[in-house]
Design a protein around this ligand. Structure first.
Ligand code: MG
Ligand code: MG
Length: 269
């Protein structure tokens, strides 16, 4: 069942979603070669707790960490450890918070230092596809319109692989609500979009084939051909007008350019 949100609930949700963006900006500002994925995770967790919220992913169906950290050929659901980041890596970081009873959920793929042109293109095209999908997130359209826009741009236009096994979702009091939001599909198919719906739209795009495999750790999803994968996710409120993006990449993008002063003091690194 799709749960529509009231105006009051959207106000609360926006706070949760923006907090996720701020947690990302911390990492965008501090990420550097030599850091371990555990340090990245611990910074995010400390920031979330300092902001009186709970990391949504920790213990979710037994997930072992506050964040999903997926390096290079890992698509999603990687978890932190002693692995050290190095120049040329890409790191997909997915963060969820629960605050005042509602979740925010947003993912971003970071490049460490100088990455190849083909990786830059993968990141750019995946992010573009997210916004093309969001542009279809309007009352009266259908889920398939979002899915089609993402698939057209990534798979048809750029020859990338759209992961089929993992999809976006409704968001609210639960981290994963109805409906599912695939990144592939037919125009005009699927549930109709209505004012008050909140969707986590999250293209997971592989540079090579669309197929994935699973690491024996029980969580990490990898590309089958071990080529890199990118993941960007926004939380979008459907209105009777333009799509209302509840999450934000604004501070992440400022931090990526070195234009942010962290007003938060941390202990974990
Ligand atoms: Mg997510
Ligand atoms: Mg999600």
């Amino acid at each position: 069942m799709i749960k529509l949100k009231t105006k009051e609930e959207i106000v609360i949700m926006r706070e949760s979603c923006l907090l996720v963006g701020k947690a990302h900006a911390v990492i965008a500002a501090l990420l550097k070669p030599g850091m371990t994925t555990q340090q990245v995770n611990d910074l995010v967790e400390e920031f979330i707790l300092d902001n009186k919220a709970i990391p949504s992913f920790k213990n979710y169906h037994g997930f072992p960490a506050a964040t999903c950290i997926s390096m290079n050929e890992a698509v999603v659901h990687g978890f932190p450890g002693t692995h050290e980041l190095k120049e040329g890596d890409i790191i997909s970081l997915d963060i969820g918070v629960l605050k005042n009873g509602f979740h925010g959920d947003s993912a971003y793929t970071y490049a460490l230092g100088d990455v190849s042109e083909e990786i830059k293109r993968l990141l750019r095209v995946t992010k573009e596809s997210l916004y093309l999908g969001i542009d279809k997130a309007r009352q009266g359209n259908r889920i398939g319109d979002i899915a089609y826009a993402i698939q057209e741009h990534t798979e048809k236009k750029h020859g990338y692989g759209v992961v089929r096994e993992l999809v976006g979702h409704g968001l609210g009091r639960e981290l994963h609500e109805d409906p599912q939001v695939p990144n592939y599909g037919k125009k005009g198919s699927g549930p109709k979009l209505k004012e008050g719906m909140v969707l986590a739209i999250e293209p997971m795009i592989n540079m090579g084939v669309k197929e994935v495999s699973h690491l024996s750790d029980g969580w990490t999803v990898l590309t089958k051909d071990r080529k890199p994968s990118a993941h960007f996710e926004h939380d979008v409120h459907i209105t009777n007008g333009d799509p209302d993006i509840l999450s934000s990449f604004e501070e992440i993008e400022l931090a990526e350019k070195g234009n942010i002063n962290l007003s938060w003091s941390y202990h974990n690194v």
